[in-house]
Ligand binder design. Structure first.
Ligand SMILES: [Zn+2]
Length: 82
């Protein structure tokens, strides 16, 4: 697992874990293959499609979890500018 740093604004909230959270997005075909290769006993890396968000970006990330991370990222970033 990566440290909890917001995927949108890079805010590091590892000293205040309750302020943000992780969202698991739909895995793309490529991520699905990668996950199968990685998901073995003793695996300690970061699962594909899982991203961290600070309190400001967590709600919009959750609203787009049905998309892949690549699809969701530009949408969440565009929402932020509104
Ligand atoms: Zn953020």
């Amino acid at each position: 697992m990566r440290p909890p740093i917001c995927a949108i604004c890079r805010k590091d909230f590892r000293h205040n874990m309750e302020s943000g959270g992780s969202v698991r997005f739909t895995r793309s075909a490529e991520e699905q293959v990668r996950w199968k290769a990685l998901n073995k006993p003793g695996y300690v890396g970061h699962p594909p499609g899982l991203e961290w968000f600070c309190e400001k970006h967590l709600a919009s990330a959750k609203a787009h979890r049905h998309l892949t991370w690549k699809e969701a990222l530009p949408i969440i970033k565009a929402l932020e500018k509104e």
